[in-house]
Write a protein that binds this ligand. Structure first.
Ligand code: TRP
Ligand code: CA
Ligand code: ZN
Length: 318
């Protein structure tokens, strides 16, 4: 089954099919189809928790030569930190090992037990930094927000109709090596079971913009509606297709979306008028530099984007 716009219909059919086991009449209509149990709205993600994860990632970098890069001790220590939190929260974690540029590397996959595993909502972030620095905005920010969203799923005891999966990728900075390995390793059948892949790579840039990937229309609308509710204007992120871990998923025909707060591009006057900050200056002047530390984070962007991730995970899986 191909999941694109038609996959949405299939997903709706999934809900109807579940109802039909108790209510389908012989003529195929639904008798008094009471709505299923109402799913609670997504929780507010505590930004202090996300920041606590970032502080841990910074400490890990500091203790391991100043980075968390592919093939370095700081990467594996970052993975062990995230895995420990997920294991304690009841996730089923899998470490996928691969080799890149002569060094061993790892992806971390976390499945939340329950939901229809034929319809998977997957969210991911790359966990590696460049070797120049600790990579706290790029991409501790996405990694920490996805981790805290997963922990919020556990705290809420959320049991959506679809299955939830979370991923932390290795070697994105070497050309999306980890995510490409993961997608290449999936059978055609298992690829078609992923309803959505949501990617978060840099979501707390110190001079932030609010960019929503201009890709799958349903995912894009889910994010845009959330920001509209906050009275924050967004711009479409269009040049990211080849630049982060959603690319291998998109190439495999999986609907993708995501959020981005800007890297080395310069904020325009119009963007400053919309979002504040400083025009004529990069969204992240410390992009891929040693100064991408725990001070290189805009707390407000981190908070809004973390809450938007939880909103989309809840909305797309219910
Ligand atoms: N990690 C990405 C990179 O190093 C960050 C990035 C830059 C990005 N531009 C992007 C991510 C656009 C998503 C979309 O290239
Ligand atoms: Ca919040
Ligand atoms: Zn990067």
């Amino acid at each position: 089954m191909k999941f694109s716009v038609s996959g949405r219909t299939a997903a709706t059919g999934l809900v109807a099919a579940a109802v039909s086991t108790v209510m389908l009449l012989t003529d195929g209509s639904l008798a008094g189809a009471a709505p299923g149990p109402a799913q609670a709205a997504a929780p507010d993600i505590p930004v202090a928790n996300v920041k606590a994860h970032l502080a841990q990632l910074q400490s890990i970098a500091t203790a391991n030569g100043g980075n968390r890069a592919h093939g370095k001790a700081g990467y594996k220590a970052s993975l062990d930190y995230v895995k420990g939190k997920l294991d304690a929260a009841g996730f089923t974690t899998t470490v996928q090992t691969f080799t890149s540029s002569g060094a061993t590397d790892y992806n971390l996959i976390a499945d939340w037990p329950g939901g229809d595993t034929d319809h998977v909502v997957m969210s991911g972030s790359h966990l590696d930094s460049v070797s120049a620095g600790p990579g706290i905005n790029d991409n501790g920010s996405g990694s920490a927000a996805v981790l805290e969203t997963a922990l919020a799923v556990s705290r809420a005891g959320y049991q959506p109709a679809k299955h939830l999966r979370f991923a932390w990728w290795g070697a994105e900075e070497l050309g999306m090596v980890g995510s490409r390995n993961y997608v290449n390793g999936l059978s055609t059948a298992n690829r078609s079971k992923i309803s959505d892949y949501l990617n978060f790579d840099m979501i707390a840039s110190p001079n932030p913009g609010y960019f929503v990937y201009d890709d799958d229309p349903t995912i894009e609308k889910t994010f845009k509606d959330y920001f509209t509710g906050l009275n924050i204007t967004t711009e479409p992120e269009t040049e990211g297709d080849g630049r982060s871990d959603h690319a291998p998923f998109k190439s495999a025909g999986i609907p993708v979306g995501g959020l981005f707060s800007g890297a080395d591009y310069i904020k325009t006057a119009a963007q400053k008028a919309a979002w504040g900050g400083t025009s004529g200056k990069a969204f992240d002047p410390c992009y891929h530099r040693s100064c991408d530390t725990s001070t290189n984070i805009d707390d407000t962007a981190l908070d809004h984007n973390s809450d938007a991730i939880a909103h989309a995970v809840w909305e797309l899986s219910s």
